[in-house]
Ligand binder design. Structure first.
Ligand SMILES: O=C(O)CCC(=O)C(=O)O
Ligand SMILES: [Fe+2]
Length: 353
């Protein structure tokens, strides 16, 4: 059983004026940790007021009566699979280890169609439909900026698309994708609660399924941990250098790992209940799981660095490999991959990103 270490030095990288240096730093950090902070700037970032606004909405939704939330339950499937509200314990991210589901609630919002939500929204979120759609777009734009810098760092052949190789496969004007904006709420765990710290967890160990994930956390609400290459759990800080404008956390998902033969690591992470008095605090977070277009193929990118990398076998086996089992030579599409992964972590249906 890996034990916890206090904290980790995840690099903070400025991608607002992309340079060879920034691109290399990004690739190096993604191959070492699978997690990176990007500086939140006007050119490559999201205004703090918009992030704060989303957290306020999230709070008003999760604090509303259960009947309000249930109307948009993920199990009603009214919004299509993988969308809507998940109550406490509905998702089990590490089914092999957990006796009970995750101690959290979540609300999954799929891609908008023609500027409108493509699923029923609960009453507290209806007046904010435009605001949520705008935030989704801001997240997607930032992910594409990050992906362009990755393409530069991997020196993807310019005849094959160069720095646009990834972003062209995330161009929302060309078709649908499985991208999900997810609001998360981890209720406080008072000392008297029937909570067993040995087996209960806020989010079980898992890796994300998409290409990259943006993760927004709140000051004073820690709990996220990553599994280091030395197989130790290490805490991820919320604001590593206590900056007035905190950087945005980006983590590599399974798709980017497939595409790079495991050079970029899709790192296992989890959310624990802090052992001290912070256990009695609620925790809110917001994730944007960025996925490629449904039809994008998950074959290795045309990059010498990827071709020459041979350490990824183990990593690829862990995330399930990039080919359909038993179908020799058939490359998975992003949708086939997502459909395969959805449901594996759920007792009740498809619900993660
Ligand atoms: O809440 C967090 O900090 C992380 C959530 C997460 O890893 C997930 O939902 O995939
Ligand atoms: Fe995650």
């Amino acid at each position: 059983m890996p034990h916890s270490t206090p904290s980790l030095q995840i690099p903070v990288i400025d991608i607002s004026s992309p340079s060879v240096d920034a691109a290399r730093q990004l690739v190096n950090a993604a191959s070492e940790y699978g997690f990176i902070f990007v500086r939140n700037t006007d050119k490559a970032g999201i205004p703090d007021a918009d992030i704060d606004g989303m957290f306020e909405l999230s709070k008003s939704f999760f604090q509303s009566p259960v009947e309000v939330k249930e109307r948009c339950s993920i199990n009603s499937n009214e919004g299509g699979k993988n969308r809507g509200w998940l109550g406490m314990g509905v998702e089990t991210l590490d089914p092999g280890k957990q006796k009970r589901g995750d101690f959290k609630e979540a609300f999954n919002i799929g891609e908008y169609v023609d500027g409108k939500a493509d699923q029923p929204l609960p009453a507290p979120l209806i007046p904010a439909e435009t605001q949520i759609g705008r935030f989704q777009e801001q997240c997607h734009r930032l992910c594409n900026q990050v992906l362009e810098v990755f393409a530069q760092g991997l020196e993807i052949d310019s005849a094959e698309g160069g720095s646009s190789w990834f972003s062209a496969r995330h161009d929302r004007t060309l078709g649908p994708s499985g991208s999900i904006l997810r609001l998360l709420y981890y209720p406080s765990v008072p000392p008297s609660a029937s909570y067993d710290p040995e087996t209960d967890i806020r989010a079980g160990a898992h890796s994300d399924y998409g290409s990259v994930t943006l993760l927004f956390q709140r000051p004073g609400q820690p709990g996220l941990e990553i599994l280091t290459p030395a197989c130790e759990w290490a805490a991820v800080p919320v604001n590593p250098h206590d900056e007035a404008r905190p950087p945005i956390l980006v983590n590599i998902g399974d798709v980017l790992s497939y595409w790079t033969n495991g050079l970029l690591r899709s790192t296992v992470h989890r959310v624990i209940v802090p052992k001290d008095s912070q256990a009695e605090e609620d925790r809110y977070s917001i994730a944007y799981f960025c996925h490629p277009l449904d039809e994008a193929e998950l074959a290795a990118v045309p990059s010498e660095a990827v071709k020459n990398f041979d350490g990824g076998e183990k990593e690829l086996r862990r995330v399930g490999g990039g080919r359909l089992p038993g179908v020799e030579g058939k490359v998975l599409t992003a949708k086939e991959h997502l459909d395969r992964r959805l449901g594996a972590t759920y007792g009740l249906g498809d619900a993660k990103a």
